[in-house]
Ligand binder design. Sequence first.
Ligand code: ADP
Length: 534
Amino acid sequence: MDKLILDSLIDHLPHAIFWKNTSLVFCGCNRQFAQQFGYSNSEDLIGKSDYDLPFPKDLVEVYRADDIAIISSGMAKLNYEESQIQPDGTEKIVLVSKMPYFNDEREIIGIVGIYTDITLRKEQEFQLKQAKEAAEQANQIKEEFIANMSHDIRTPLTGIIGMAQILEQEVRQKDEKLHAYWIKESGERLLDLLNEVLDIIVADNFSEDNLNEEVFAIRGLIEELVQLQQPLAKLKNLDLQVTIDEAIPEYIITDRIKLNRILLNLLSNSIKFTDSGSIVIKLIKIPGNDTNVEIEFSIADTGIGIPEASLTQIFERFFRVIPSYKGNSRGYGVGLHVVKKYLDALKGEISVTSKQGVGTTFSFCLSLRTVRKITSKLMAKTKLGNAEESVTHLDSSKFENNDEFHPYVLLVEDNHIALHMAEAITTQAGCRFSSAKSGEQAKELLKTKTFDLIITDIGLPGISGNELSQFIREREKINGTTKIPIIGLTAHALDKAERICLESGMDKVLVKPINLTAIQELLINYLPSANKFS
Ligand code: ADP
């Protein structure tokens, strides 16, 4: 190519270009490079070195060290960012590439450098990063706000539900009972709504580390679920069937609450979107090894079905095939999103087959650890999780019939309504109790009394539930006494709080309101002395 054309081409490139010999003296450059340092002519730079350019001394040494490394190694250094101080003192960030320059004999006779000013791009990147950080911070503040709001709504709401529950049991008149039941029902519906909102936050921040594994009876869980949804199915004249493979062991280990939520969301959807026919829940054992049991869960309905084009979208947040303002089914498009998030954490994958007007089947497989035998005789006796008599129907008289043992529970709660509720439920469960309205009071009681179980609110004024738990665990260690089961109660919904509580020595954290079933389950799971019932 003609040298003039070549020079003109190089001059017009939107990059600064230079070349030096092995003594690091400039042998040439393009116009952009020359003009940047105040030279109108490229030739004026020939024979000069970096020391002649208006660079700070320390930068010159950096540039030269790079040049020397390239010349001695014969290796190019490509696309790296470098600071460059300009004659007017301002700083530019440039994207540099330097390559060895060979003669026809393949000997290195110098280096060629090319760089582009990326100062503006870096500034934009920095601003974007700042905006992202600000957005993340705002998001975190928003989540904390919602979590706090939830706490503040949950506390009085659980008070209303709990007191209505007590009232329902205590009043004798039929219509009074019904009114109390309605208050409880409305309160629970409001709580469900609140939970649904919070589910989005929890599910989106949920990871495997937050799994809370426990041993439980799988048939009991399905039975409870069916009992909860049966009235809705009946209302629509739907036939709700359950088939559980006999080969599935009685007890499995996983995050019960998450599995329950997955199944509940799928089952309530199938009822919601089916007007006639049946819903079939199936649990099938996939053949495999003994330590883990692989179960395929499926829920099939004969409902409206899902259009093929929407099948991949239904797991997206807020997606609904028919927007709620058009259809008559309520919902926010959150349920399946939560299902997917929780299944991700449990290492399960959901699949769906559907035909419009025919029905839909959702299914997923989970590989679950299992236990051969539950040693507690109480569990065996009450057939925990057996289809005939599930946990929900444990009768507190089972505790009361026995004169020998009424577990002694320490209740720590500063809200007097919540405390009154917990006291009533503890009594119903056949336990004795002492109450403390603060962590300090609890400490005083612990000096003179021995409890079988401690149930403490986490957000106490003064000593917090976590601090109390830490104090108790330390005392046990010093005295060499056995560990008292400590259960934390929180009105917060986020899993973060739970981890901190477990680290402080608590055995379990429950979300308020605590109900009779929950207390009975606690007694079964945490009081080995309950074996006395056998
Ligand atoms: P929601 O039920 O609150 O709308 P989901 O996330 O649970 O939200 O479900 C998203 C959408 O998927 C539903 O609105 C519905 O259009 C569709 N869908 C889910 N389950 C079924 C089903 N069993 N039959 C028909 N459509 C369903």
